[in-house]
Ligand binder design. Structure first.
Ligand SMILES: O=P(O)(O)OC[C@H]1O[C@H](O)[C@H](O)[C@@H](O)[C@@H]1O
Length: 431
């Protein structure tokens, strides 16, 4: 059977260490099952692919259908976990250049505080039929709240009382300013479940609604996640590659490799790197622990960071994600004059050369002393992306538990927020 994801690596672990991980993983797995692991109240994503009801899926699709009909452009407002998952999957599964005519354009706001960005966004959407999806689990995050205030004013001026048909909020069921606004102004809304933190929420309405609006097959995405959930349900590292990946990372950390670079050769996968960075960075980076998650888009970055990876400080390991099958390809044409000397490639396609470049890179980095993990993904489609999401969510959680940290909080992020409040003299903040 061809597995949707396979993991290869050539690291040599001592038997003692391997046995230690085998035992630790078993214990943690059973603690997760019993709900006694750190932050266990936020393990809701674990069974989500099985638990999302047909009713909820239908209502997401129905609302998406309405927005698709009403709007040629949809602005999705959110930051962090309320933005990265949807954008990662949308970019991974959309054509590079030309959208299908029935798919609205989906653009993002609230992930930065650039006045230039919002001003130009307002100019860009003017004259187009617009809808807005505003997402914030807490309902109080400053960056998206500011973007929404500006977009809401714009939408109210433009659409008057019918604005409620064009705005959808996704937030906590009862807490936060966004929930209050949704009730007060009468927007359609969805709930981010209490048991799922932002960075694990891509398979809830947080990711599913914007993706359905963009024309992504969310049922296939969930089908992949559901199969992954089944495939990675065992506590045994030997037959659970999500746990194997978690253990390998922790082994490498013990060996002094404290930076992981996620590397891929598919440009449309690059936003997924950003989702992965938040997932691992916020889940593990606390109590003075954690592997720093970085990412490179090859071959572009072979011509920038490649030098460092090859010969810089030896504290990096690399995880390659390779898609075996992609839909389109382009042959290298034969040239009669061969002025560029490339005729030796003319029996090959671009994707074949991309694959050779991947192998050449892995070999070079291996020679350079960079430990490698190689994840091969069967196909570049919604099913496999859903599978991969679940793979990383589970391995990230296990990896954080192996470090003995709570995977589901992010206390450090509050520090800068408090400083902003002080500097901007927010009422109630301590000066
Ligand atoms: O969804 P929100 O509550 O607006 O939060 C958006 C983001 O805010 C902060 O950056 C947190 O550290 C993230 O974990 C969260 O995803």
């Amino acid at each position: 059977m061809v597995l949707p994801i396979t993991l290869n690596q050539s690291l040599i672990m001592t038997n003692e260490l391997e046995n230690l991980f085998v035992e630790q993983v078993k214990t943690i797995h059973s603690e997760m099952d019993k709900g006694t692991s750190k932050g266990a109240a936020f393990l809701g994503w674990r069974n989500l692919p099985n638990e999302i009801s047909a009713g909820e899926l239908e209502s997401i699709l129905a609302v998406a259908g309405k927005l698709r009909k009403a709007a040629e452009l949809v602005v999705v407002i959110g930051v962090g976990g309320s933005y990265l998952g949807a954008k990662a999957v949308q970019d991974a599964l959309s054509p590079y250049f030309e959208r299908k005519s029935e798919d609205p354009e989906v653009i993002y706001a609230g992930q930065n505080l650039s006045g230039t960005y919002i001003k130009q966004l307002l100019n860009y959407i003017d004259g187009k039929e617009v809808a807005v999806i505003v997402i914030s689990k807490s309902g109080t995050t400053t960056e998206p709240a500011i973007a929404f205030r500006i977009l809401l004013e714009y939408m109210q001026c433009r659409y008057g009382s019918s604005v409620t048909e064009r705005i959808v909020a996704i937030t906590d069921k009862s807490e936060g300013a966004l929930r209050e606004m949704a009730i007060h102004l009468g927007f359609t809304s969805f709930i981010v479940p209490d048991t799922i933190g932002g960075r694990y929420s891509v398979l809830t309405p947080v990711g599913l609604l914007p993706l359905a609006v963009a024309g992504i097959d969310i049922k296939e995405l969930l089908a992949g996640a559901k199969d992954a959930m089944r495939a990675y349900s065992t506590a045994d590292i030997g037959s659970n590659q999500a746990y194997e990946y978690a253990a390998l990372r922790n082994f490498l950390l013990v060996e002094g490799y404290n930076i992981e670079i996620l590397a891929s050769f598919s440009p449309r996968f690059a936003t997924f790197h950003e989702w992965w960075k938040q997932l691992f960075g916020e889940s593990e980076g606390k109590d003075g622990k954690g592997i720093f998650p970085a990412a490179v888009a090859y071959p572009t970055d072979l011509h920038s960071l490649g030098q460092y990876v090859q010969e810089g400080q030896r504290m990096l390991f690399e995880t390659f994600v390779q898609f075996e099958k992609t839909e389109d390809d382009c042959a290298i044409p034969f040239s009669t004059d061969n002025l560029d000397g490339l005729n030796y490639l003319s029996d090959k396609t671009m994707n074949e050369i991309n694959e050779v470049t991947l192998r050449a890179t892995m070999q070079a980095h291996d020679d350079g002393g960079v430990p490698l993990i190689h994840l091969t993904v069967g196909k570049h489609d919604a099913y496999h992306i859903g599978y991969l999401i679940y793979f990383f969510e589970l391995s990230c959680t296990m990896s954080a538990y192996l470090l003995d940290v709570n995977p589901f909080d992010q206390p450090g992020v509050e520090k800068y927020k408090k400083n902003i409040s002080k500097l901007l003299e927010k009422p109630g903040s301590v000066v």
